[in-house]
Design a binder for this molecule. Sequence first.
Ligand code: HEM
Length: 146
Amino acid sequence: SFSEAEVQSARGAWEKMYVDAEDNGTTVLVRMFTEHPDTKSYFTHFKGMDSAEEMKQSDQVRGHGKRVFTAINDMVQHLDNSEAFLGILNPLGKKHATQLKIDPKNFRIICDIILQLMEEKFGGDCKASFEKVTNEICTHLNNVYK
Ligand code: HEM
């Protein structure tokens, strides 16, 4: 669980990312798709996935980037309440495990890209403040598969 100070600094760090949720969410997805092309196999119903330039313009990628960031934002609002935090995370994990059948190794990949973007845009302190959140997200998403 998170101390009050950790909650505050994680929220502050995330707010900086979330003001541009669609753009930053899209950047994260485009990096995942280009640096780990096997992740595109889950999105065969998305059109225009052949180049990073196309993906950045895709309404489907942009919409999904926004959706992923909205889900993380909902979790970040409940860092001080693990029941509520897991209440968001567990059903999402179940969906990714059973319906979407996502290989769980990909959760660490997307979380590392989020942290990398935070560091690039807002510096190492911002990244450091959010690492525990991504660790929690990855741990719980992986636990759903056990
Ligand atoms: C769908 C969040 C990681 C693949 C979704 C949805 C959300 C979400 C909120 C929509 C769920 C719904 O419609 O009920 C997240 C979060 C992640 C994550 C917070 C990690 C931090 C991943 C990863 C992959 C993935 C790593 C694959 C590499 C998908 C796919 C869909 C989906 C294929 C369905 C998309 C569609 O058909 O529109 N995700 N996701 N997700 N996610 Fe994730």
